[in-house]
Design a protein around this ligand. Structure first.
Ligand SMILES: *[C@@H]1O[C@H](CO)[C@@H](O)[C@H](O)[C@H]1NC(C)=O
Ligand SMILES: *[C@@H]1O[C@H](CO)[C@@H](O)[C@H](O)[C@H]1NC(C)=O
Length: 401
C-alpha cells in the first residue's frame, strides 16, 4: 500500500507548512467529506497526553506530532483555571511539568490543599487565571527524555485541543478525561451553580461532539469521555450519549469519589469492588468500556509478568471494551519478559491479552507495529489521491498567510 508510506511524509510537510500561522483559529471544519475516516478495524492507538515520549506532554506540539504519527485518538486531562476555563493539564499542581518556580511574581502563590485524601503542597492550577497560566512554559516530566523542547510551548485550553483534532488532515478522535472532579468542584465556581462536569459536556457539545459509539455523528467526530470518578460518569449520562470509559487504577486504591455522599449512585469503596462482576453489570449502563492500569490486568512482581487476571474476559463478557494504560518504550518501563523490546509488549497485549485499544506515550511506535502486523486494507475509491490533492492545496494556501 503506497499511500501508507507516502502520506505520513506529507503530513510532516503539512504540519511544517503551518508554522507561520496563528496556532488556534476556530476549527475550520474543512472538507469533512474528503477526510480519511477513523480506522475501526484494529485496536485504537490512543496518544497518551500527545506524543509525550518525544515532546512535553499535553502541548499543541505533542498533539500535532501524535496526529502526524498515526494516532486514532489524542488523549488529554481536563482541569480548570481559577477563572473557570477548562485546560489540558495532568497534575493539579504546576510544579513538575512547568517553569512556575522561575516566575518570581508567583512565589507567594504556593498552597497546601487536600487532594484525594492527601495533603499536597505546590502551585495549584486552580489558583491561576488562564492569562497567568499562559505565561508559563511546559517541560518534560522525565529527565531521561529529550529536554530540548522545554520552555518552548504553553499550556493549552480544552477548546484549543479540540481545534487540533478538528483541523487534522484525517479524522482523529479526542479522548478527554474529567480529571479530579471532586477537587475541581471544591475549588472552582461557575455561574448558575454549574459544575465542572456541566462545563466539560457543554464544551464538547459546542464543537459538535455527540452520538453513541459508531453512530454517524460519532464517526465524524469520535470521542471517548474518560474518568476515574464513577459519580461523574453517572452524572453526565443524561447530558450526552457520547461513549464513556471508566478508568480503573490499582485495585487497592480508593476511587476519587470514595468520600463523597454515600447515597450517590455509582458510589463504591475501592477499585477492588469495581472489578467485580456485579459492579461491571451496574456500570455498563453508563459506559462502553474500562481503562485499567495495565498491572491491574496482568500483575507484576520483580519486573516480571504474573498470570493475567480475568478482568479482560469479564469485561468482554459484559460487552465492555478494554483500553489499558500506559505503554512506554523505555527499558525502565518495560517488563523483563519483553526483552527490552516495546514491539514485543504491543504484540503480547494485542494478540495474547486481546485489548481493544491502548494508551501509549509513543504513538509512532505503536502505529508502526500495527502497520507491520495488521495493515489497513488499501483505499481504492480515489480518496487517497483526493487527500493528496487537498494537502497540496492546503500547503499552498498556508504559504500565503
Ligand atoms: C491536612 O492538613 C491539615 C492542617 O494541618 C490537617 O488538619 C488535616 O488533617 C490534614 N489532612 C490529611 C489528609 O492529612
Ligand atoms: C438528569 O437527571 C437528573 C435526575 O436524575 C435531573 O435532575 C436532570 O435534570 C437530568 N438532566 C438532563 C439534561 O436531562
Amino acid at each position: 500500500m503506497i499511500t501508507s508510506r507516502f502520506v505520513p511524509f506529507l503530513f510532516v510537510l503539512f504540519i511544517g507548512g503551518c508554522v507561520g500561522r496563528p496556532f488556534y483559529p476556530l476549527p475550520s471544519k474543512m472538507a469533512d467529506s474528503n477526510r480519511q475516516p477513523l480506522q475501526t478495524s484494529r485496536p485504537y492507538n490512543i496518544a497518551h497526553r500527545g506524543s509525550n515520549g518525544e515532546l512535553p506532554e499535553e502541548t499543541a506540539a505533542a498533539y500535532m506530532r501524535a496526529v502526524e504519527e498515526g494516532a486514532d485518538f489524542i488523549e488529554t486531562d481536563i482541569l480548570a483555571s481559577k477563572d473557570g476555563v477548562l485546560i489540558c493539564f495532568h497534575d493539579v499542581t504546576l510544579d513538575d511539568t512547568t517553569d512556575i518556580s522561575e516566575h518570581k511574581q508567583f512565589a507567594n502563590r504556593k498552597r497546601t490543599y487536600e487532594v484525594q485524601g492527601e495533603n499536597t503542597t505546590g502551585w495549584f492550577i486552580v489558583d491561576f487565571t488562564l492569562k497567568e497560566l499562559k505565561l508559563l512554559r511546559v517541560k518534560q516530566r522525565y529527565k531521561f527524555r529529550d529536554q530540548q523542547y522545554n520552555g518552548k510551548f504553553s499550556i493549552i485550553t480544552f477548546e484549543e485541543y479540540i481545534s487540533i483534532a478538528l483541523d487534522a488532515p484525517r479524522v482523529v478522535g479526542i479522548y478527554p478525561e474529567i480529571k479530579n472532579p471532586v477537587f475541581i468542584n471544591q475549588r472552582v465556581k461557575w455561574s448558575n451553580g454549574k459544575r465542572f462536569e456541566d462545563k466539560f459536556v457543554e464544551t464538547l457539545m459546542k464543537y459538535g461532539y455527540k452520538g453513541s459509539y459508531m453512530s454517524k455523528d460519532w464517526l465524524k467526530q469520535p470521542v471517548f469521555i474518560q474518568s476515574f470518578a464513577p459519580t461523574s460518569l453517572v452524572y453526565i449520562s443524561n447530558m450526552t450519549d457520547s461513549p464513556k470509559i471508566f478508568l480503573i487504577d490499582d485495585v487497592t486504591i480508593p476511587t476519587q469519589d470514595t468520600n463523597q455522599d454515600k447515597m450517590t449512585i455509582g458510589y463504591v469503596q475501592s477499585y477492588w469492588e469495581i472489578t467485580s462482576d456485579s459492579y461491571l453489570e451496574f456500570i455498563k449502563e453508563y459506559v462502553i468500556g474500562i481503562g485499567p492500569w495495565k498491572d491491574t490486568v496482568v500483575p507484576v512482581a520483580d519486573n516480571y509478568l504474573l498470570t493475567p487476571t480475568d478482568l479482560v474476559s469479564k469485561a468482554h463478557a459484559h460487552d465492555l471494551q478494554v483500553h489499558p494504560y500506559t505503554y512506554r518504550n523505555e527499558n525502565s518501563f518495560l517488563h523483563f519478559n519483553f526483552h527490552e523490546d516495546p514491539y514485543a509488549e504491543y504484540d503480547y497485549w494485542i494478540n495474547k491479552i486481546g485489548v481493544d485499544g491502548l494508551f501509549t506515550d509513543f504513538t509512532g511506535s505503536f502505529h508502526n507495529f500495527q502497520e507491520w502486523t495488521s495493515p489497513l486494507s488499501p483505499v481504492d475509491d480515489g480518496s487517497a489521491s483526493k487527500l493528496l490533492h487537498r494537502i497540496a492545496l492546503l500547503i499552498s494556501s498556508k504559504g500565503k498567510i
